[in-house]
Ligand binder design. Structure first.
Ligand SMILES: [Zn+2]
Ligand SMILES: [Zn+2]
Length: 136
């Protein structure tokens, strides 16, 4: 995962500091999205503000995207290599109401929505709620 994290940072032109590699390797390990709190718990040797700053940098450079799944905490998931977080890169997310995990549904891009004239889209929050395959 360290190799993969380093490669992805290089692709996205982000300077690979040790905290960045650590956070990204951790996010890459699982298919699920993670909140700042999840990361804090897993990376207990790293302070909260470094993790937070790292996530903000990652968002800026399109290394991760944030997901508001309605759980009250923003979650973060790794973007695909060619992702620019453009409308065409946006996809549905799945939130399991039992285990509270959030997954990217990369094969399900969001439909193109025709907005009224002069309206501009900044974000689309498409979350499907239900039970994941690990929950009864
Ligand atoms: Zn579940
Ligand atoms: Zn996603």
């Amino acid at each position: 995962m360290i190799d993969k994290a380093e490669r992805l940072l290089a692709v996205k032109s982000v300077k690979p500091t040790s905290v960045r590699i650590l956070v990204l390797a951790h996010l890459l390990k699982d298919a699920k999205a993670q909140s700042l709190k999840d990361l804090e718990v897993s990376l207990y040797n790293t302070d909260r503000s470094s993790i937070f700053r790292t996530l903000k940098t990652f968002e800026e450079y399109k290394v991760v995207h944030s997901i508001d799944d309605g759980s009250g905490m923003m979650k973060y998931a790794v973007c695909a290599e060619g992702c620019n977080c453009d409308p065409k890169d946006l996809h549905y997310h799945f939130y399991c109401t039992n285990c509270s995990l959030t997954y990217c549904l990369l094969d399900n891009p969001i439909p193109i929505v025709t907005l009224p004239e002069n309206f501009k889209m900044h974000q689309a929050n498409m979350v499907i709620k239900g039970l994941c395959d690990k929950c009864p």
